[in-house]
Write a protein that binds this ligand. Structure first.
Ligand SMILES: [Fe+2]
Length: 299
């Protein structure tokens, strides 16, 4: 059984008009619309499904490689939690922290790194005129207790691989069929819990900056960024989402193979980013300790 990444994210929203405007501004393609909801598609893979509801909710649907894998997974999970199969064959259940999740056979199987590449020889830079996120890349949940158990479910039951750990604070994991540094982060932040954000991959810095500027020009609010994370190395720009939580444009994330050795990092405030262009304080007195910024396991 291989989970290759995120297939779709389903939001239950009360203000459908507002959320539709948000995802249209975000650069997604509107595939279907109606009174009760709408479906948006990323340029290469992944859908955002909006369902009109008085109770906000979010469910992440993971892509599985085959029907046989999906059936095996459903039967395994059925042993210790509620499992429901809907009319489209999507399997719905909850993770060990109670987050709604689902699985379906992927329309595209296999890994899609889509790393930003070099330009062809003798070609000038072509500025993007619009932003069209490639795909759904990762989701992040805040987990207030039993972080180890919450992470163990994804690793031991679903085959996710550990990419990096912040000691006692969170695990970056990648779906077993993905080479992204993370498809999932489970992390603690004070006593908060629940869905935190979903990351949409774009081609590179220019797309991310243009996307962010377009969103700001249309009145949407930056929550963090733009900047570059240290764990995962990705460029980021987060926006407050009317669905609850945040959405993120990201690019240039680490691409991992099985040769990667997970790092164990001490929690530090500066672990979150390498630089920020705005909105966040920068401490010019900070200097990296001898041996580099972080402790890295070398076994
Ligand atoms: Fe992210």
């Amino acid at each position: 059984m291989t989970i290759s990444g995120i297939d779709s994210i389903i939001y239950d929203v009360s203000d459908l008009t507002l959320v539709r405007r948000f995802f249209s501004d975000w650069g997604l393609h509107l595939a279907e619309e109606g009174y009760s909801g709408a479906t948006y598609r990323c340029a290469r893979r992944g859908t955002v499904v909006l369902q009109r509801s008085e109770t906000p909710a979010v469910e992440v649907i993971w892509a599985v490689d085959s029907k046989a894998s999906l059936d095996a997974l459903a039967s395994d999970l059925d042993g210790d939690r509620d499992v429901r199969v809907d009319g489209n064959g999507t399997v719905h259940t909850n993770d060990d922290s109670g987050h709604a999740m689902g699985f379906r056979v992927a329309s595209v199987v296999g890994d899609e790194a889509f790393a930003a590449g070099r330009r062809a020889p003798n070609e000038r830079f072509e500025p993007p005129s619009a932003v069209s996120p490639n795909r759904l890349g990762h989701v992040v949940y805040l987990v207030s207790d039993n972080l180890d158990q919450a992470a163990a479910f994804y690793r031991e039951r679903l085959g996710f691989k550990l990419s990096d750990t912040i000691r006692g604070r969170g695990d970056f994991m990648r779906a077993p069929g993905s080479s992204d540094h993370h498809s999932l982060l489970l992390t603690t932040r004070k006593d908060q819990s629940g869905f935190n954000h979903v990351g949409f991959q774009v081609d590179g810095l220019d797309d991310m900056m243009l996307g962010g500027k377009i969103m700001e020009s249309r009145g949407w609010k930056t929550s963090f960024g733009p900047g570059r994370h240290l764990l995962g190395s990705n460029l980021f720009w987060y926006f407050e989402s009317p669905t609850g939580g945040e959405t993120e444009y990201y690019a240039d994330m680490d691409v991992l193979t099985d040769d990667w050795k997970p790092g164990i990092w001490e929690p530090r405030a500066d672990l979150a980013y390498a630089w920020l262009a705005r909105n966040e304080p920068y401490d010019p007195s900070f200097t990296a300790p001898p041996g580099g910024l972080f402790l890295r396991r070398d076994d």
